[in-house]
Design a protein around this ligand. Sequence first.
Ligand code: GLU
Length: 441
Amino acid sequence: MTIVRWAPSPTGRIHLGNARPALLNWFFARRKGGKYVLRMDDTDLARSTREFADGIEVDLAWLGITPDLLVRQSERTDLYDAARDRLIADGRLYPCYETAGELDRRRARARALGRPPIYDRAALKLTDEDRARLESEGRKPHWRFKLDGRPVQFEDLIKGPQTVNTASMSDPVLIREDGSYLYTLPSVVDDIDLAITHVIRGEDHVSNTGTQIEIIEALGGTVPIFAHHNLLTDAQGQGFSKRLGSQSLADFRDEGYEALAVAIMASITGTSLPVEPYASLDEIAERLDFSMISHGSARFDPVELDGLNARLLHAMSYEDALHRLTSLGLEGEAIWLSLRDNLTKFNDIKDLAKLITGPVEPVIADEDREFLALAKAMLPAEPWSIDTWSEWTGALKTTTGRKGKALFLPLRLALTGRHDGPELKSLLPLVGRTGCLDRLP
Ligand code: GLU
């Protein structure tokens, strides 16, 4: 059974860059008939909040993803403590007492001597007496994992064969001075405990993967298959970031974008599939193979999102639009079919519907007044249909000799107050004869 997880840190509302792994994991699970775990990486108690975690659930549901299981790292500390104790017993986790300032100075010295600024493992040389003395001075240890220091190799489902040389890395800190866990160990413990088969995440995690494979092996776990995808950047090529206040999914929702448009942009950008309207996430899941994910960065284009959003609306069936139309008091298939081609965002329909219900501010040029008065007199009798427009304008053409723009534009400006907009043949029966009489001089 394929089991994947998406593991956001609830330290803010999620943005497009976060949505990408959320979706890529979902597609993979769907393709394989597997399970999707939503894991809240909330061990950083100072920055994580329940409110952000709840917001992530809402955003995920909006995108159309339904996790099979939700776990919170903050509720799984016993598991991490057990792993910690095992690593300590095996001599893989060791206490260190250096302050941040001391470490900075050592790094600076290493650089000055032309050496890589890697942690020198001085703490491994401390005796029991040294440690007792440091603790009596009030120092609390942080804990580092003792790396093997070797080329760790893995086959990445997206990037191909990878080697991370842990010999060029500092032993990573797994536990802070206050006893809280950094992301690295809980992530590994959960991946083992939840039997995660595939870890699909951003390529900014490749070097973590080297470290984490060593920890998994130290804990006797099975190493999952890894897939590191390219990162989404904004139009300027900058990475999305919660700290820098990147536009969140909730912002896109509030601005009236379709969830599917946002999901398509977040997942298809930076792949060889075209950005175009897909019917559903399932259709993308069927079509998107990891071999299609490009190795370069994936640049999000807001103009492309607008275009895509519009195209999704133009193709949307009445049934799919109905619940939202009802909430706006705009039921009626003819209304939807008449107006949808002019929508960029769904809620544009509120303004467009005024073309039907009024009020409309007719635009009437002096030189067209006479023509429009004649048009008014020649308005056909009801009942009106989709053919009324061509019957009416056909008769006007014969009578006045006007054609093309000279015939149509004055009518459009008088009836809608705008140069462009929905097709008049579909609009006319919706406005009705009385409505048209009101707008013509
Ligand atoms: N919480 C981590 C992040 O958001 C998870 C990384 C992972 O998938 O392991 O970067």
